[in-house]
Design a protein around this ligand. Structure first.
Ligand code: ADP
Length: 166
């Protein structure tokens, strides 16, 4: 697919999307011509939110960000990147602990598709410790999550946890 400019794909589970993901997205829309946030449909993971719910939240929180496209994909990330004409895969790097996993994944993706480059982005330092699992755990324990996720996600978390027996 021939597309003008540089397109970047930001793949992830986004279960749910947090201010850490959005911090990366805000940095990327300033760099790339097209920016695609895509929910990876991974049958081996057991997410709290189903794919459609994760997509709805992503769309809601990126609605006012020009240049962001939201989508879902199954299978190999590099195949989907090729299909969408993305030359770059973006991943977030918080702590040194992220490095090994991201390095391995970037190296594997390079083996599969040498023309696609992985860019590892640092979020603002206030999000260095933040991940979706932490947010879900705090929400489950009844703690406040408004400093980690946008209001629409906070609301969906509350609804989801209320509908489940813990
Ligand atoms: P995955 O299961 O693919 O890791 P996640 O939704 O957990 O999906 O994360 C998607 C990407 O976003 C990963 O590259 C992850 O490192 C990054 N990320 C998650 N939380 C943050 C954060 N607080 N700051 C920066 N990057 C983040």
């Amino acid at each position: 697919m021939e597309v003008k400019g540089t397109a970047a794909l930001y793949p992830g589970t986004f279960d749910p999307v947090t201010y850490g993901h959005l911090d990366i997205a805000e940095r990327c829309v300033r760099i790339f011509d097209r920016f695609i946030m895509a929910v990876a449909v991974n049958p081996t993971k057991e997410p709290l939110f189903d794919v459609d719910e994760r997509l709805e939240m992503l769309r809601a929180v990126t609605g006012d960000m020009a240049g962001v496209e939201v989508d879902r994909f199954e299978g190999l990330t590099v195949e989907y990147a090729r299909k969408r004409g993305a030359q770059v895969i973006v991943r977030g790097l918080r702590a040194l602990s992220d490095f090994e996993e991201e390095f391995k994944m970037a190296a594997a993706n390079r083996k599969l598709a040498d023309e696609i480059n992985t860019v590892l982005m640092l979020p603002s330092e206030k999000y260095f410790y933040l991940n979706s699992s932490l947010v879900k755990e705090i929400a489950r324990l009844g703690g406040p999550v408004e400093c980690f996720v946008p209001p629409v996600v906070e609301e969906r978390l509350r609804e989801k946890l209320a509908s489940r027996a813990y």
